[in-house]
Ligand binder design. Structure first.
Ligand SMILES: [Fe+2]
Length: 289
């Protein structure tokens, strides 16, 4: 069965490609690495592809990519997926620097592409916006949180890091506390996409930059309970929620089973658990909506 190692990039459909490119470049601080008609590819300042934009009718997140082992045999992988009832197809037309992928849909209709080869898109760049270091996690609202969580466990090798009640799961595929999360809601849509920044000073710089551009901060700065990241959230012009964060919990050894000890942990050691809704924020500004 495939074992996702990290999230690669997220694909968004947008009715206004130019407006979205402007936000991702000048506010989020990504680099427009390639432009191809009605598609745009945006990378971090170190050159990793993190966002793909397609011009289309509806603003929504359509797909995610995950890196798998370089030793992966894609035809065997397709057979393993078929054994789980998942039909997939090999694609040789993916994104710049990624020659091939195995494509299938997850149960909530998000297109998943697994890849094992990728290349940097250009050298290091100076950026004008926030300039995150990496894409960290992507969160979705979806009606069947249990079903989608189970799929990511059995089909993509994710582990559950935490639940809030029975309505919010946090899942890891590497040391990061979560790379995907799923929260219960009536219809499937993106909850937020989250990028790691360097330190608290960069969180403050992000807040100042949003303030200077009159972009409201939707939530934060806040230290979460599950994951314990310090986060700040805003909306892009398509109303996609973008999070910048630092200090996400790390599980460096799966066998030990606890997150690296941190002064803000209330459980000693901090292990995966079920949180109650009222303990899910350690400190910080409440949500504005
Ligand atoms: Fe998040």
């Amino acid at each position: 069965m495939p074992q996702a190692r990290r999230v690669g990039h997220a694909t968004f459909e947008t009715p206004d490609l130019e407006r979205e490119i402007d936000h991702w470049v000048n506010v989020a601080g990504l680099v427009l690495a390639e432009r191809d008609g009605k598609r745009a590819y945006l990378a971090t300042k170190v050159g990793q592809l993190v966002v793909e934009l397609h011009e289309g009718e509806q603003a929504h997140c359509t797909g995610l990519t995950f890196e798998v082992s370089p030793k992966t045999d894609f035809s065997q992988l397709a057979k393993d997926l078929a054994a789980e009832g998942v039909s997939s197809a090999l694609s040789n037309d993916m994104a710049p620097g990624m020659p091939r992928s195995l494509v299938f849909d997850d149960p909530k209709g998000t297109r998943i592409q697994l890849f094992s080869e990728w290349g940097y898109l250009g050298d290091h760049h100076q950026v004008g916006g926030v300039g995150p270091m990496k894409l960290g996690h992507v969160a979705f609202v979806t009606p069947d949180v249990q079903g989608v969580t189970k799929f990511y466990e059995t089909v993509l090798g994710f582990r559950v890091s935490d639940w809030i009640g029975d309505w919010f799961s946090f899942m890891r595929c590497g040391p990061d506390h979560h790379t995907v999360n799923f929260v219960k809601g009536e219809k499937t849509h993106l909850a937020h996409i989250a990028f790691e920044v360097k330190d608290m000073a960069q969180i403050a710089t992000a807040c100042d930059l949003l303030g200077a551009k009159n972009i409201p901060i939707e939530w934060g700065p806040v230290r979460h309970g599950p994951g314990h990241n310090v986060s700040v959230y805003h909306l892009d012009p398509d109303r996609n929620t973008i999070e910048f964060y630092i200090e996400l919990d790390q599980m460096k050894d799966e066998e030990l089973g606890y997150f690296e000890p941190r002064p803000w942990h209330r459980d000693l050691p901090q292990r995966p658990k079920v949180w109650s809704s009222d303990t899910s924020q350690i400190w910080g500004m409440k949500k504005q909506r």
